[in-house]
Design a protein around this ligand. Sequence first.
Ligand SMILES: CC(C)(COP(=O)(O)OP(=O)(O)OC[C@H]1O[C@@H](n2cnc3c(N)ncnc32)[C@H](O)[C@@H]1OP(=O)(O)O)[C@@H](O)C(=O)NCCC(=O)NCCS
Length: 156
Amino acid sequence: MESSRISLLPFRETDVDDVLLWAGDARVTRTTRWEALNSKEEALNFIKEVCTPRPWHVAICIDDRCIGFFWVLYPGSSGKDKTRADIGFAIASEYWGQGIATTVLKMAIPRVFNDFPGIIVKLRALAVLDNKASQRVLECHDPISQAVRAPTLTSQ
Ligand SMILES: CC(C)(COP(=O)(O)OP(=O)(O)OC[C@H]1O[C@@H](n2cnc3c(N)ncnc32)[C@H](O)[C@@H]1OP(=O)(O)O)[C@@H](O)C(=O)NCCC(=O)NCCS
């Protein structure tokens, strides 16, 4: 996938049908910490209540179409380390294996540090133990592996 086609954009309510395609797909949500969405109404609530209020809960877009989700949680889930944020990402299954997640992290990581200068100095990604795709995205690509210190593996 040409990186010029990939962008990170705020979610729009008109993305609702595209959001439901991947956020309602158990193959995508199986390895995340959220439940699959079941309806257009849930997808719209997800956009309005979870994503829109948060600056770094953004749509991964190919051309103008939303095909995934990149998020930053600050402070991270433990809440203790105020210099650390957690990140996560999900891509619609029909787009897996085209280098999109790798490109997204390369684009997003410098922007996240730039938006929170001196505040977020570490990023962490959680990956479930059998999530080889996520581990591969995080571990094998410099400078991602340098910016996101070894992914924390969790059994969910
Ligand atoms: C994890 C996920 C985002 C990867 O997205 P992607 O765009 O397919 O990833 P990429 O194409 O950039 O692939 C990155 C690397 O992972 C490898 N990879 C992709 N899918 C894989 C799989 N199922 N098993 C093993 N390796 C895999 C690729 O070969 C590539 O390695 P390479 O560069 O050495 O060839 C995607 O599988 C997904 O959305 N999964 C469900 C949600 C999720 O688990 N998110 C992460 C935890 S929050």
